[in-house]
Design a protein around this ligand. Sequence first.
Ligand SMILES: *[C@@H]1O[C@H](CO)[C@@H](O)[C@H](O)[C@H]1NC(C)=O
Length: 332
Amino acid sequence: MAKARLNKKSMVLCLAICFGLCFVSVFAELQRFEHPTKGGGILSFLVLGDWGRQGDFNQSEVAYQMGIVGGKLDVDFVVSTGDNFYDDGLKGEHDPAFVDSYVNIYTAKSLQKQWYSVLGNHDYRGDAEAQLSPFLRTIDGRWLCQRSFIVNAEIADLFFVDTTPFVRDYFDEPENHVYDWRGVTPVETYTTNILNDLESALRESAAKWKIVVGHHAIRSVGHHGDTKELVDRLLPILQANNADLYMNGHDHCLEHISDDSSPIQFLTSGAGSKAWRGDLKEMNKQGLKFFYDGQGFMSVKLSQTDMESVFYDVFGSVLHRWTTSKQLHSAI
Ligand SMILES: *[C@@H]1O[C@H](CO)[C@@H](O)[C@H](O)[C@H]1NC(C)=O
């Protein structure tokens, strides 16, 4: 009798676990990290992209100025928009490029904060999984790179999107490059799942500011221009769910473009090392507010009511400043 009851109990437990597992796999949500806004209610961070070149092409100069600006703003974290290691990502967890192009470059005290990174197309040309590995955090605890994830920073939610698998050219015309597609195939299912998860996360976000980060631009006047797949599939989700910013790298420049049919601002920070001087696709784009084809980086500072984004060059000089305000929530 007692035995039978036990069996029944364990069967129920088994069913519950199975159901739980199914539930998790069907409704796989994006991983979330909590990074509460510090006392005083100000959140600030730096944004850098397309950087890892052993300090060359002004990477070290940019890093030095990031340290100064990071100290002035007392930044909470650093966002990397991808193409973290050139030319072909990391060869593995033990690739010395991690130390030579990251650990030994961003050495300023103010930059000893959490870094949140996505992968770029160049990262996919190496061992993409190596960059995601917790092993790298044993070398440098600042490093955190995931494919798609969310950072809940209280007054802002940041949504990181793995954009490389969206771009069909990498599959159709690989130009002799080998990409590490482990974990992202079948790619149609993979990208659709990201968009579904992103859409519900954006919809449910109660944060004052919603910031989306990817490697590829939605809008850009630089070498690569707009990313068609993101314009078609990602942009409508951002517009429908009141995203404030879309931040990216990929084009090796700094730029600011306003969306023509929503409040979204497109900010490119892809100038962490080698810049593409004079490499422009279309200069007279609607909504273009700023473009710079040298090296530099960006900062973002947020309160409940105000946002300020600033672009800096390799000397730390301010190139462009943009501010916007929102009313405090009125009681609903
Ligand atoms: C480094 O930055 C300076 C100032 O913008 C620029 O003149 C120089 O060409 C840059 N060097 C490289 C290798 O890009």
